[in-house]
Ligand binder design. Sequence first.
Ligand code: MOS
Length: 745
Amino acid sequence: MPDTFTRFGSNSGQPVTRRDGIAKVTGTATFAADNHPDGLLHAVYVPAAIARGRVADLDVSAAEAHPGVTHVFTPANRPDLAGDPDDKPTRFSFRIEVLQDDTVRYAGQPIAIVLGETLEAATEGARLLSPRYEAQPPRTGLDDNATFAVEEPGFGAPGDTVLGDIDAAHADATISIDATYETPPQYHNAMEPHAVVAEWDGDRLSLDMPSQALRMTCAAYAHLFGIPAENVTLRSPYLGGGFGSKAIATGPLVLATLAARAANRPVKLSLTRQQMFGPVGHRGATRQRLRLGCDADGNILALDHETLATTSTFETFLESASNASQGLYTASAIRSAHRGVRLDVGTPGPMRAPGEASGSAALECAIDELAEAANMDPLDFRLRNYAEVEPGTGRPYSSKALRECYERGATAFGWADRPRAPGTMRSSGGQLIGWGMGTAFFPSPMFAAEARSTLRADGSAVVETGAADMGQGAWTALAQIAADGLGLPLDRVEFRSGISTLPDGGVAGGSGHTATAGGALHAAGRDALHKLGELAAEQSESPLFGAGNSEFEARDGRLYVAGDDTRGDAFADILSRAGLSELQGTGSASRPEADTRDYAMNSHGAVFAEVAVDPDLGQIRVRRLVGAFAAGRIINPRLAESQLMGGMIWGLSFALLEEARHDPRTGRIVNADLAEYKVPVNADVQGLQVITVHEDDPHVNQLGIKGVGEIGITGTVGAIANAIWHATGKRVRRFPIRIEDLVGI
Ligand code: MOS
């Protein structure tokens, strides 16, 4: 039968409200830490108070004497793990700290874990441990250790790329800038702390744990505990945010699982806010040098982007910031290079728009600086250097409506009225006003996922995949796609997800989850309809009898010969005649290698910012943000716009607020809480407008979906920084931009 069920139904494109919304606002949604199995023990771990050295002495007697404490584990009595915690069992694995020795490698590293009958007992037990440390001077700043180059490029290990003759391009440039930007360490700070309830039954493990990658997490635990992956059941119905930090197995949660096995009782561990600053990933700091050159007409000749990025002493994950410069602007030559520096900090990891967030912050500022040096409007300058094909490789873009994003964003913002010179606009209250812009850009990857669709006798369906909804609304968009794959209204489709026993839903990351899990769901629906069509074509009473070689289409629970509305049959009737109570289809999705080779695939956008700077106090307010984004087919405009808004707010946060600061004496983070690690509140976010520009993309995947989860950050940071320059004439190249950078300007 021909493959004909590709037509989109009417569910996609609708601004459906999120299906988990009511459960969340009424408090009936169950998060991992809400589980209380019988016999539960509570775990509290002790975070290292130094960043570098060793635990010379750890007297556990007082803790063990506590009547409510049942177990105290330290490196001296830590039960064995089957797998080496240095191993990399999955694509997204890092070495983890699970009490394997007495070395302290970062502040906050677990050095002991205490189990108690109550959380209070375990907490008190942990306090009764008074470790004695032998400390060495901690290295927590970009200049505190030697730099290194990546030897084997891979996940988190970006290499160097040179396209064209960079030296010649520099030499040919008549207008140049050489600017260095710094970005600080940032921590994910999901609302829901990392948590696990681990329960063993012989060699079977059940985990209630928020996870962005259910099967991958199961594989990592199976490796560490020496059991088959199918023996691990992971339930992750809801996540209170993930942002990359919940995609990877982390030390504290593995340790709680190990303790549960040793205690032979279920164990719950929920990290405190402070404990999330260390062992569960972060965005590493960067120092980025951009050397850009253009000719007198503003054509970029050299685009040279070097990044120094931090990682831990025991693992390599570098913020691949320079990659942001590879695919966006035309240039005679492009060079991107990365170096790392090992510090006494927890291993960084993917954090929303890893690489591109930091990289585009610097790139978009540098482009602005070069435009100014070339005496051009920043938008005109970007259009002058607009890439019609991917620079360097010459690959066509699978789709690229960036030009339309520029136009629509600029029009909505009123960019044409922007005076060129900085420091020339004032509000009626005397505030300095500035307008800036940045280009947004994020790759559109696909991973691999599988799904199952089951048509039921009453003509309804159940669709299943072990996908993850971090709060972004993935399940809602995925259910819409699944319903369209089946030609059913959304309310006839039951959507099941969030548990590892379902077909592998892949990874909720890289802005690729909707495309990947959605592709699998759509394919599973199509597969069920193929089977249904084959049945109907054999049924003499069916209007589809004998239509086995026709093309079919499905809508509203009926299967039709394509283009012939008079020849249709209800799903339920076909199943009933066949004597079937249900019919199952399966599907999978991934990207063919040839498509990756032949096309550059990215989402694009343009962000425009208006800031007001108090000329006396240096206080900065972002008064307006307008973002126009092109990300293929938008499945759910309400949720996509929310995602893009969330990204833009994060961009504001990156530009003006977020920074983890280490005490140079102890190496500890001094603002490891939400009182002093600043994130935006409502009052920080004033005007916010999102425009989505539709793209028909026949190449990116069968459904034409790109991602919207991360791109919103990328243009926004530069737009705000550029607006601050435009308001004040002062170029600040260190993020976050603070009052003290602008006071007395
Ligand atoms: Mo993300 S940083 O791909 O969860």
